[in-house]
Design a protein around this ligand. Sequence first.
Ligand code: DHB
Ligand code: FE
Length: 284
Amino acid sequence: MTTTEHKPTAAGSGASATESFRRASAQGGAAGVEADRISTVARAVLEGVHAAIRTHQVTYPEFQAAKKWLIEVGEGGEWPLFLDVFVEHVVEEVAARTQQGTKGSILGPYYLPDQQRLPSAATLPMRPDEAGAPLVFAGQVCDTAGDPVAGAELDLWQADEQGYYSGFAPDIPDGNLRGVIVTDDQGRFEVTTVRPAPYQIPTDGPTGTLCVAAGWEPWRPAHLHLLVRAPGHRQITTQLYFQGGEWLDADIAGATKPELVLDPQQQADGRLRAEYDFVLEPAP
Ligand code: DHB
Ligand code: FE
């Protein structure tokens, strides 16, 4: 970043994440939920809250502090950030019970659809002076029978070397470090990018304030986000992490899995190269 650029704010990324979530759910990303499920699950959540109050003898001032904080989460547009950091990994864990093939991970709040389509060997859209260690990420998409899946789409998005996502931070061009790579007739891909930085929950908003107040480190390890899809196959939502990376064992979002860790090696040309093969199961 140059000094003329301004730093992202929690309110800025929160508002963008909320707007992006509303767009996605309007396009069918959020299903209607039946009344008896609402009753069952909402009651269980409330009972959990009641139990916490009794167990920990919560006082009126503490209750009012919680109310104030909840109002601020809403006003700051931080519900997508908060829920994806603290809750989504358990929803993913439940979904994973019926999932074969490559392990999944959380979607998070920063996915944007309709990015540039790229051939199997491609460079992610990036600024001419994009900071960060050059990284070649390559592999193959196969089905559960071991056959290559030609024409599979890897919808890839990542933070930059400062830990910021295009579309959610000022001064990063739209589509930066985002793209849809299409596998070749052997199901292979090779994408050139830069190694992302760890991600810090914005500390100037209510989610970050909670972390600081509670003494929780507001960090996620560096990661690549991926949706992997092909006709006739169940889409995978996942993330890939980096061996030895900071926060790998202390992800605030609890979304790492040992099967999802890349081990990049330095190539002769000085660039890092990481390989990962994906396995898609048949559509349910
Ligand atoms: C959040 C941000 C991420 O980049 C991610 O992968 C998951 C969650 C968040 O701030 O909620
Ligand atoms: Fe992320």
